[in-house]
Design a binder for this molecule. Structure first.
Ligand code: NAD
Ligand code: MG
Length: 392
């Protein structure tokens, strides 16, 4: 029996995780559920899964949740970052799904890592921000880090399990990272200027949260994933090639020295990588429909267009700049995406804000989590100023 905490329980990944858990009451028990402000959804999940702890990041939301659950005294309601870290590191938990969106997920994900848990990593921003420090913490505690991002889970499945951090030793020559291309794959530069948040969130293949949907539309998601892959698989961008594959059936590939290319295929359904991580190294039913290749018929591949989608280039540059640069990239992107979703920034201004913020923020090399959080705050302030200027 695995005892699981889900950070980001009310989100797209959180709900998919609970769907897999619901199918296997003999294998998984929910210890903790955590979310930000959505009290009604959280109360419902608590009634169904009966965790020992429920956390709302927002203090008012926590108070309301405690009232809603007053007839269930066995559930303790906690609040804030302290509560998030507590359910992530609690002694009776062995598995933590890290599925909070954005930088807010770093402290509790790190708490799970430091406590040596099996950490199922969906929250790619946490790893992008803190790269080396995060991986050092994994090594120090002996935490079991399993990738949930579909591409990274695919790559993980195509590697020998004991050589994940030593791709060269395993005879791996390249990682072929696939990308759907997002909803605007065929848009002209001119058309991109006027796309709306609703259009950006209507992903052709995946149903996801708003932030990652916009990231998929700008290709920043692939940029973050490029950095994520470098850290997870101990490699660099010169050994990773992005392949736009609009069908989203091949979730990524690994090329070996003998010419073999191994791929992982499946329907675009996050329950597959989630079930893989929850049960690893075993395989369990994820509730996913079997793949029908006859219905799909053909696969297509194209190179990403870095001219129309500069975010992918910006991410590679930030990785090469090293130190705090990826944290700045991530912070500026989070601010720009939030402004775009609020109707305060044009779609093509997202990379403009990120590029300006990267250019204006000094890179600190040897780093600590304190420096990372300080740079994150500095980048957000600068990005918000720039967003206001562009909005005028
Ligand atoms: P979502 O917006 O649907 O859900 C986000 C969750 O995070 C919610 O439960 C919300 O309550 C919680 N949250 C937000 N801000 C918080 C805060 N400050 N403190 C505590 N909790 C907070 O997002 P999602 O699509 O589920 O994505 C979650 C993460 O997984 C992201 O990092 C995303 O990049 C990654 N991911 C998602 C998918 C997908 O298919 N949705 C695929 C790969 C990776
Ligand atoms: Mg992905």
């Amino acid at each position: 029996m695995r005892h699981v905490t889900i950070l980001g329980a009310t989100g797209s990944i959180g709900l998919n995780t609970l769907d897999v858990i619901r199918r296997h009451p003999d294998r998984f028990r929910v210890y903790g559920l955590a979310a930000n402000i959505r009290v009604e959804e959280m109360a419902e999940l608590c009634r169904e899964f009966r965790p020992q702890r429920a956390v709302m990041a927002d203090a008012d939301a926590a108070e309301t949740l405690a009232q809603r659950l007053s007839d269930l005294p066995e559930i303790t309601v906690l609040q804030g970052e302290v509560g998030l870290c507590e359910v992530a590191a609690a002694e009776s938990v062995d598995t933590v799904m890290a599925a909070i969106v954005g930088a807010a997920g770093l402290p509790p994900t790190l708490a799970a890592v430091r406590a040596g848990k099996r950490v199922l990593l969906a929250n790619k921003e946490a790893l992008v921000m803190s790269g080396q420090l995060f991986m050092d913490a994994v090594t120090a505690s002996g935490a079991e880090l399993l990738p949930i991002d579909s591409e990274h889970n695919a790559i993980f499945q195509c590697m020998p399990a004991d050589r994940v951090r030593d791709p060269r030793g395993a005879g791996i020559t390249r990682i072929l990272l696939t990308a759907s291309g997002g909803p605007f794959r065929s848009h002209s530069n001119e058309d991109l200027k006027t796309v709306s948040p609703a259009q950006a969130c209507a992903h052709p293949n995946w149903a996801m949260g708003q932030k990652i949907s916009v990231d998929s539309a700008t290709l920043m998601n692939k940029g973050l994933e490029l950095i994520e892959a470098c850290w997870l698989f101990n490699t660099d961008p010169s050994r990773i090639e992005v392949h736009v594959h609009p069908e989203s059936i091949i979730h990524s590939m690994v090329e070996y020295a003998d010419g073999s290319v191994l791929a992982q295929l499946g329907s675009p359904d996050m329950r597959t990588p989630i079930a893989n991580g929850l049960a690893w190294p075993e395989r369990i039913d994820a509730g996913v429909a079997p793949l029908d290749l006859f219905a799909i018929g053909r696969f297509h591949f194209e190179r990403p267009d870095l001219h129309r989608f500069p975010c992918l280039r910006l991410a590679a540059e930030a990785f090469h700049a090293g130190g705090t640069a990826p944290a700045v990239l991530n912070a500026a992107n989070e601010e720009a995406v939030a402004a775009f979703l609020a109707g305060d920034l044009g779609f093509t201004d997202i990379p403009v804000i990120i590029e300006r913020t990267l250019a204006a923020t000094e890179v600190v090399a040897g780093s600590s989590f304190e420096i990372i959080f300080a740079k994150d705050a500095e980048a957000r302030r600068f990005a918000r100023e720039q967003i206001e200027r562009l909005a005028v």
